[in-house]
Design a protein around this ligand. Structure first.
Ligand code: M6R
Length: 608
């Protein structure tokens, strides 16, 4: 978690760093800090709370300087307090460092350093890094960082400055993301391109165990053994406006409304109607083996896991492949057998989720082949997998994932269709699926046009403290995702259940104060879902039904009805999740929640 940003150049650093932190706030937002260097003078300030608190604190201070480092924190070691906020510094207050990651052997190093006379001011793991760099500095900052890297275990993306080396920032990474930005007006390094995209779209992704020394006019990338590295420059696809609200009150709502476009982007250039086959260029390197794949394991966390769970049903419908879906954090505890040609698909918006990364590393050790479906270009998962497919959905800023979920579903369906067409799926079925996929953006727009109606439903039920979400088959994961969305942003307790499981326990909870969102498009699960709704109604539980438009009889059993346009059964989840997202959003808004930065959460979960 946590976000770091640094800049050295010809402009004043403070506004660049504060602006960068605001873009990175999704990575953590319990405290923040900044250090600006002007010659040998370094001004450092820290504050508890969001970036706005730091901004207020430093607004009247003299912080002139054209280089500096900054940090937004999601606490791991030590509470969210000013003394635990970064930048951290060494005994002599000559080194200032910001860090994203976890130093696993910090307790051992801290004891050792304390014996050598170092005094610690925080409870963080990061402070050992500052002391180590300080002790080992003899005029060459990169070398001091290198020596430090060789002593620490764990993960880090760091940016370091030193009073005795004005004009130079050393950055390094192992396991935590770090991107370098290049421009005529200076050089940047940050956890994510969003922190610098306002100034440059020319970036280099630093790789594990690499360092970079950044100066105003040049930069040097090197290995942990001080060997220089040449790395090609990439052009970032998106623009600063993509990370702005553009008139929406929250990023979550903006991103819900972007879905017609992002679902389209997931398909753009990838559909071949005549052949009834999608084209997925990203998997070309493994295509020959993938074609023969009979065993697939999808690993992911949170919302991405629910997308994977829909994916399993879709693969089972369109292909002959055995599919398992595993919560990434549990993957390592399973004793899985990988038959030859087993592929793992890592699904991740950020491409940096520590649990998902750990799962693919374990799978690789066991001989599985690795594919990634990732939104953030150049992220760790995209680099550690052999091949993959990008979402091309632009940055997702709201902590609650929305547009990436529907984009992931779209891509999983394309992949299943591609493999299915090389197995038993006919041209007719392929073409029918592509035609239905092409209609989705317009159909999502139609659902979004019911936003007022959905807001009115939220108005009626947002004070209920417990909700149930039910679905079957393709829509069972949508019930879980609907419940997760509501929990995350409104802090209302919600459970997502397979509707058939309700009678095995959750039915005991049903009262007039507990609404149930029933996801029942007109498919082969419909009649069974109706029976479940009847069971709820007999216990006077209110029912909000999400069903296919034109369904007249549903009004007789449900209290509220939200309609989705008709589509193929396995495409329904892409439509049915949209009302769930809107319900969660409006409930949270009515409850005055911090929608884009819900308490205790972070967008990119880089701790296990
Ligand atoms: O970046 P990833 O897709 O790997 O993230 C996985 C989860 O942390 C993420 O989906 C999380 O559950 C979201 N807050 C859900 O809205």
């Amino acid at each position: 978690m946590c976000g770091i940003v640094s800049y050295v150049g010809e402009k004043q650093a403070r506004p660049i760093l504060v602006g960068g932190l605001k873009q990175l706030e999704y990575r953590g937002y319990d405290s923040a800090g900044i250090a600006v260097q002007n010659g040998p003078k370094i001004s450092c300030q820290r504050s508890v709370g969001k970036i706005i608190e730091l901004e207020k604190k430093i607004s009247s201070l003299d912080m002139d300087g054209t280089m500096g480092i900054a940090h937004t924190r999601w606490a791991t070691h030590g509470e969210a307090s000013e003394h635990n906020a970064h930048p951290h510094t060494d005994q002599e207050q000559r080194v200032f460092i910001v860090h994203n990651g976890i130093i696993e052997n910090y307790a051992f190093l801290k004891k050792k350093l304390q014996k050598e006379g170092c005094r610690f001011y925080s409870e963080t793991d990061t402070e050992v890094l500052a002391h180590l760099v300080g002790i080992q500095f003899d005029g060459d900052l990169a070398e001091a960082v290198r020596k430090t890297m060789s002593q620490v275990e764990g993960t880090f993306g760091i940016a370091v400055i030193h009073r005795d080396v004005p004009g130079e920032i050393v950055v390094a990474r192992r396991g935590s993301p770090l991107v370098i930005g290049l421009s005529d007006e200076g050089h940047f390094a940050a956890s994510d391109v969003s922190a610098m995209v306002r100034y440059t779209n020319q970036v280099i992704h630093l790789q594990d165990n690499e360092l970079a020394t950044l100066r105003k006019d040049d930069f040097l990338i090197s290995t942990a053994r001080a060997e220089p590295i040449q790395r090609s420059i990439e052009t970032v696809e998106w623009h600063a406006e993509d990370a702005e609200l553009n008139g929406f009150p929250h990023f979550m709502l903006k991103e819900i409304y972007e879905q017609p476009e992002t679902v389209m982007n997931a398909m753009r250039g990838r559909l071949e109607l005549g052949e009834g086959v999608p084209k997925l260029g990203g998997i070309t390197p493994v295509w020959e083996e993938l074609k023969k794949c009979r065993h697939l394991v999808i690993v992911a966390c949170g919302t991405s896991y629910y997308a994977g769970s829909v994916g399993r049903y879709v693969f089972e419908k369109l292909t002959d492949i055995d599919v398992e879906v595993e919560v990434a954090s549990e993957f390592r505890y399973r004793k899985l057998n990988f038959p030859p040609n087993t592929f793992i698909i890592a699904l991740s918006q950020s491409g940096e989720t520590a649990d998902t990364l750990a799962a693919i590393r374990e799978a690789k050790r066991k001989g599985a082949r690795l594919l990634g479906i990732v939104n953030v270009v150049g992220s760790s998962i995209s680099r550690e997998t052999e091949a993959g497919i990008y979402n091309h959905a632009g940055p997702e800023i709201g902590v609650a994932s929305t547009k990436i979920f529907t984009s992931q579903l779209t891509i999983l369906i394309l992949l299943a269709l591609l493999l299915g067409r090389h197995q038993n799926l006919s041209l007719t079925e392929g073409a029918e699926t592509i035609r239905a996929l092409q209609k989705l953006p317009e159909q999502i727009r139609k659902i979004l046009s019911q936003a007022n109606h959905i807001e009115a439903i939220a108005e009626k039920y947002h004070t209920c403290r417990n909700w149930l979400f039910l679905g079957r088959k393709f829509n069972y994961p949508i019930a879980m995702e609907g419940a997760l969305k509501l929990k995350e942003v409104s802090y209302i307790h919600a459970e997502g259940y397979a509707a058939g499981e309700m009678k095995h326990g959750p039915i005991a909870l049903i009262t007039p104060e507990m609404p149930t969102v029933a996801i029942l498009p007109k498919d082969d699960m419909y009649e069974k879902m109706i029976s479940n709704i009847q069971e709820i109604k007999s216990r006077r539980g209110p029912v909000i039904a999400i069903t296919t438009e034109g369904n007249k009889e549903i009004g007789e059993v449900a209290d509220e009805v939200i309609e989705i346009p008709p589509t193929l059964d396995f495409l329904n989840p892409i439509l049915a999740v949209v009302p769930c997202q809107l319900l969660a959003y409006y409930c949270a808004n009515l409850l005055n929640r911090d929608i884009d930065k819900p308490r205790n959460l972070a967008k990119s979960v880089t701790v296990e």
